[in-house]
Design a binder for this molecule. Structure first.
Ligand code: SN0
Length: 315
């Protein structure tokens, strides 16, 4: 594997899952593979799980890590070409990415959607600039449109907890006070489409995901109906794609409650975290045995390690 920006970069999902399960059982088996290699994790936005799991996964493979909160600790970076840099930005992405590439063999980049300019976000300017100028394998740590390390961990978790060959997996929109990116739901849908699951997406009208993600996916606007017979409920808020970045609804009737979970086939509750209690989901559900958010987060290490493994193997 050369880069890891989306499922399209994965040569074989089957092999990636196999290695993830192997590494989960034997995290230190390949600790010599990353010897004398450094991964630099660059954050333009906050992180808890991604940052720590990516560091832990690197350590397990014998790699060193540099973590760089570029938004707080670096020069402001210019992304546009052919500009007169007489404003706030002191350094261009061309030099910044190329220099970071001199110090690390692998680079991870977190750069959320701005939710201002749809075209710019969906062009993945920041991530693709690193691909173009760093000269190193680039791993998405959540970009403007996708969060593939999360999706891989989600798939590992569903494989572990499923009780039938083809479980029903429901991605449900849930209310949130702020505008959040579409990256997690986009990516989840992209991975679930090729997984052995029956995928249903439910959200209020106006929250349709971008066509390239939602095509060939079943959308059910009635949340209660969507929940019937579900084996997994994956909750997430996102802002509108059509009215880009807007919060169109804060309807609390979409919150995941114990009553709604009773409509399901004793479904497991999933969320990528961080989750706002009693906004997205009630305490009762999140604190119940149905919630698998902690093992889901734990799988972020196996996911990151599997991705590093495949990149290191092809270097
Ligand atoms: C991010 C998102 O893409 O929705 C990261 C999820 C892994 N989530 C948030 O920004 C939540 C922020 C909040 O205020 O709840």
């Amino acid at each position: 594997m050369k880069h890891f920006r989306s499922i399209a970069d994965v040569p074989s999902l089957h092999e990636l899952l196999d290695i993830a399960f192997e590494l989960k059982k034997k995290p230190f088996k390949y600790r010599k593979l990353g010897k004398r290699k450094t991964v630099c994790l660059i954050f333009f936005n906050p992180s808890l799980r991604t940052r720590l799991s990516s560091q832990r996964a690197a350590t397990n493979l014998g790699m060193e890590t540099i973590v760089f909160n570029v938004d707080k600790e670096s020069w402001k970076i210019e992304l546009e070409d052919k500009v007169v840099m007489n404003g706030a930005a002191a350094e261009h992405i061309k030099e910044a990415a190329a220099v970071i590439g001199q110090y690390a063999e692998i680079i991870g980049v977190r750069s959320f959607a701005t939710l201002q300019d749809r075209q710019a976000d969906y062009a993945e300017k920041v991530l693709e600039s690193f691909v173009k100028y760093a000269g190193r394998p680039i791993i998405s740590l959540e970009s403007a449109t996708r969060h593939p390390l999360q999706s891989l961990a989600d798939l590992i978790t569903i494989e572990e907890f499923k009780t039938k060959a083809r479980p029903k997996v429901v991605l449900s929109w849930a209310p949130h006070p702020h505008a959040l990116p579409q990256a997690v739901p986009n990516s989840f849908v992209e991975w679930m489409k090729v997984a052995p699951v029956e995928l249903v997406v439910t959200h209020p009208e106006g929250y349709e995901l971008a066509p390239e993600f939602i095509e060939n996916v079943k959308v059910e606007y009635d949340q209660n109906k969507a929940f019937e017979g579900a084996d997994f409920i994956y909750a997430k808020n996102w802002s509108s794609y059509s009215e880009y970045g807007k919060v169109l609804s804060q309807d609390s009737s979409w919150m995941i409650t114990a009553e709604k979970m009773r409509l399901t086939n004793n479904a497991k509750f999933m969320h990528c975290l961080p989750v706002r209690r009693n906004q997205i989901v009630t305490d009762e559900v999140l604190d119940s045995p149905s919630s698998i958010v902690i093992p889901q987060a734990a799988n972020r290490v196996a996911a990151a390690q599997a991705v590093y493994y495949q990149i290191l193997r092809s270097m």
